[in-house]
Design a protein around this ligand. Structure first.
Ligand code: S3P
Length: 176
């Protein structure tokens, strides 16, 4: 089976949804962030603080190239993966790219208790969320399909993504 790739902003539920899809379809779950941490032997926060975001993006790009060559996986990507055009191209070659969306308020609520995201570890996270989301929106629109997650459970979003991947859902190209 072709890969199912989830992209989208931080806090849109990519990790939980990707794990639910992988379980239900008996596919392998892979996370770009986990692979980066394994390759580097340090956390994402440590990579950002010691080597900077540009270095992180370089490793992220290598990881995306590697995973895109392997079929049968549900791929959970980091929220900034879309910023490099080659990443989207590679991910699309390997499978169906689905973008998960959430409002800034939902993102704030879902990410408020986690301190492991360096980009949101700022004085005014809500402002940062709004700015980054606005800047990145055209990049997220490059996905093949889109699902809004504000009002849905993880399971319900996972079922929608599975229908899309199986070609059973026709309205999934609609975005916000
Ligand atoms: C990032 C999102 C994070 C992680 C890194 C950068 C981003 O992943 O890759 O902190 O640029 O949006 P999640 O989207 O899984 O939080």
């Amino acid at each position: 089976m072709k890969n199912i790739i989830l992209i989208g902003f931080m806090g849109t539920g990519k990790t939980a949804v990707a794990k639910a899809i992988a379980k239900s379809l008996a596919m392998k779950y892979v996370s770009t962030d986990e692979l980066i941490e394994k390759k580097e032997g340090r956390t994402i926060a440590e990579i950002f603080s010691s080597s900077g975001e540009a270095y992180f993006r370089m490793i992220e790009k290598k990881v995306v190239e590697e995973i895109s060559r392997v079929p049968g996986q549900v791929v959970d990507t980091g929220g900034g993966v879309v910023l490099d055009h080659d990443n989207i191209e590679n991910l699309k070659k390997g499978g169906t790219v689905i973008c998960l969306w959430a409002s800034p308020e939902t993102v704030y609520r879902r990410t408020a208790s986690c301190r492991h995201r360096p980009l949101l570890n700022v004085e005014d996270p809500m402002r940062r969320i709004r700015e980054l989301l606005e800047y990145r929106t055209p990049f997220y629109h490059k996905a093949d399909h889109h699902i809004h997650t504000d009002a849905d459970s993880i399971e319900s979003v996972a079922r929608k993504a599975e229908e899309i991947a199986n070609g059973k859902k026709s309205d999934s190209r609609e975005t916000k």
